[in-house]
Design a protein around this ligand. Structure first.
Ligand code: PMP
Length: 424
């Protein structure tokens, strides 16, 4: 499973971290779903373009023209990465949250009543794909059923009997379980009912090939920092009409065609929503990550991550008192996110123990998915381990061994809660 690390190396793979007993060990980064380490290819590319950095769009100088070309080329690469249709818009945003907030402001009102557009969303979603719809549109939140099939039936029924809906907002992969509904099935059901589909691609796009054109999905949102690029840039890609008609996301320079004291004429296209100086380096880095990922056989990445995930699930399942969180037993091809609890131990203590005594980075809590954790009975939170292209098999073995030792022998250090955080 380690072959992928050689094909797509990430920066910082040999970082040593201190343990509570004074030893230093290689960091096992099993929190890739939160933010993935940057690819070496991305770091190298950013180094190359930093000296070319100058004002974009309105600068006449040579380097301004170069910067503008780099930015617009990055936009095209990002679009190609998610299979954008010819007429789709590619908006560079800050992250998935930003992208979904932007789209929420563009869902058209009901033409008959003028009421806010209706959006159907499941309770399995990350808050980023829930709260913008709740705040800015007329959202209905449907509880996920006991299986993928039952959940799809519930979505079909709601669209038929509770509609009309403008939009169905759905995750491409849960950040809690790695599972998802079938995107193809959701698109078919939604389009048959006259609704569009937006995919929260934050956990899908970095790990599986995805195409708007091939899937029929109308919009996709994703984050650079989960796609092996640094923080700061994300994207919203999709159908032009709603975006061209929607309220400009940011009001300011660059978004306007003409400004008079009495009246302002806004641009259409990406400029409408991208007022202010853009994140050129962020966009270029995201595009570099997209190119690097596209240059590798996607099956190789998927096999690598599936092997790591299977090993994690199997290893954890063998340990007494460990329970793995699942939404649906019939979900196919989950991404490399495995969430679990250890009976008798607070998830915060488990995470602190893994860090302090084993140099393993995981995440604990409710993962910005409170409705899902609540429905599944994990209101007290859980521990999440997640993997990606740079994860060696040894890191997964270290996690399984560490959890086994916790259950067998308990923690060796003393842990306390200070300001809400578990610490040694
Ligand atoms: N959706 C999902 C499924 C996620 O995992 C995350 C990040 N945890 C987000 C949305 C939000 O991403 P960001 O913080 O980059 O906006």
């Amino acid at each position: 499973v380690d072959g992928v690390a050689a094909v797509l190396p990430v920066v910082g793979a040999d970082t040593l971290v201190p343990l509570v007993d004074g030893r230093r060990v290689p960091y096992a980064n099993l929190d890739v779903a939160a933010s993935a380490p940057a690819l070496q290819a991305v770091a190298d590319h950013v180094d190359r373009v930093l000296p070319l950095y100058a004002s974009v769009h309105r600068g006449a100088g040579y380097l301004s023209q170069v910067s503008t070309a780099l930015y617009e080329q990055a936009r095209r690469t990002i679009g190609a990465f998610v299979g954008a249709r010819e007429d789709d818009l590619v908006l560079v945003t800050r992250n998935t949250t930003d992208s979904l907030n932007l789209l929420a402001g563009c869902v058209p009102a009901d033409p008959a009543t003028g009421a806010p557009g209706r959006v159907l969303v499941l309770d399995i979603e990350h808050h980023a794909n829930l709260l913008p719809w709740q705040r800015d549109t007329d959202a209905t939140v449907l509880a996920g059923g006991p299986s993928v099939a039952a959940t799809l039936d519930a979505v079909r029924e709601e669209l038929r009997d509770g509609g009309p809906y403008a939009l169905v907002a759905i995750t491409g992969a849960s950040n809690v379980t790695g599972e998802a509904l079938s995107v193809a099935a959701v698109v078919e059901i939604a389009h048959a009912a006259g609704a569009r589909v937006v995919l929260d691609g934050a956990q899908l796009v970095p790990h599986r090939p995805f195409s708007l054109a091939a899937s029929g999905v109308d919009y996709v949102a994703f984050s650079g920092h989960k796609t092996y690029a640094p923080y700061g840039a994300g994207a919203l890609v999709g159908r032009r009409d709603w975006l061209d008609a929607g309220t400009p996301y940011l009001a300011g320079g660059g978004a306007v065609r003409r400004v008079r004291v009495a009246e302002t004429t806004w641009h259409e296209g990406p400029a409408r929503h991208e007022a202010g100086s853009p994140n050129v380096i962020g966009a270029v880095a995201l595009a570099a990550a997209a190119e690097a990922l596209r240059a590798v056989d996607p099956a190789e990445l998927a096999v690598h991550e599936a092997a790591l995930r299977d090993r994690l699930v199997a290893g954890l399942a063998e340990i007494d008192r460990v329970q793995v969180v699942r939404c649906w037993a019939d979900a196919v091809d989950p991404v490399g996110v495995v969430t679990f609890t250890v009976a008798g131990y607070d998830p915060g203590l488990v995470a602190a123990f893994l860090s302090a005594e084993h140099g393993i980075g995981v995440r604990d809590g409710r993962f910005c998915a409170h409705p899902l954790l609540g429905r599944l009975g994990f209101d007290a939170g859980a521990v999440r381990a997640s993997v990606g292209v740079g994860t060696p098999g040894a890191d997964v073995e270290r996690l399984v061994a560490a959890v086994r030792s916790l259950v067998a022998d308990g923690p060796q250090a003393q842990y306390d809660v200070v300001d809400g955080l578990w610490v040694v």
